[in-house]
Design a protein around this ligand. Structure first.
Ligand SMILES: CC(C)(COP(=O)(O)OP(=O)(O)OC[C@H]1O[C@@H](n2cnc3c(N)ncnc32)[C@H](O)[C@@H]1OP(=O)(O)O)[C@@H](O)C(=O)NCCC(=O)NCCS
Length: 159
């Protein structure tokens, strides 16, 4: 079932088939957390996530995806609004839709990783880890930057 929100001519939708991967891959392959990521990897990641597109008059201008079991855990990744459309509240709209989504709103723990957008996420209740000593991670290539993800490893960054 497709979930969709409309605000004037802006639409946020979780419909996979509606995504424009020219836009999604075009942005992500230049984003600091996924430089050079392949289109195949971007499409595979979307297929295995709950993907969200933001559309202005039908044209895609934003994206985010959530990796989740839809009950206890969710990980928000690859959040962006195209530069032409920033500063108009679309990032906030996108986050509201993600967190209100019927299959995500009751998820117990939402995680994300960000380099500089803490202020945006704090407005939606995200905080620094309360017990960071409890968390562990396993990186296939320790010591490399998140940019190494571009080689095809969806293991590092969020965006
Ligand atoms: C982050 C991003 C999605 C925000 O989209 P946007 O449509 O410009 O966001 P909004 O217009 O809804 O702004 C919402 C609020 O968040 C703030 N904000 C936006 N980006 C921010 C950032 N990087 N850090 C802190 N606050 C931020 C805005 O100032 C705004 O606050 P205000 O309402 O008090 O003015 C967009 O800037 C983007 O795509 N950036 C590049 C990709 C990126 O960094 N993604 C996040 C990776 S974790």
């Amino acid at each position: 079932m497709v979930t969709q929100w409309a605000l004037g001519k802006m639409i946020v939708s979780d419909e996979l088939e509606r995504l424009n991967f020219d836009v999604v891959h075009g942005f992500l392959t230049t984003a600091y957390w996924s430089v050079g990521v392949s289109r195949e990897l971007v499409e595979r990641a979307a297929r295995h996530s709950v993907p969200f597109g933001v559309y202005d008059d039908g044209a895609q201008v934003g994206y985010a995806r959530v990796v989740t079991d839809r009950t206890r855990f969710a990980y928000l990744a690859d959040v962006f609004v195209l530069p032409t459309h920033r500063g108009r509240g679309l990032g906030a709209l996108l986050l509201s839709c993600v967190l209100e989504h019927p299959e995500l709103r009751d998820v117990r723990r939402f995680l994300l990783v960000t380099t500089d957008a803490h202020g945006l996420y704090e407005r939606f209740g995200f905080t620094a880890l309360t017990r960071p000593e409890k968390y562990m991670e396993r990186l296939r290539h320790p010591g490399t930057s998140d940019d190494a993800e571009a080689a095809g490893r969806p293991d590092g960054s969020a965006g």
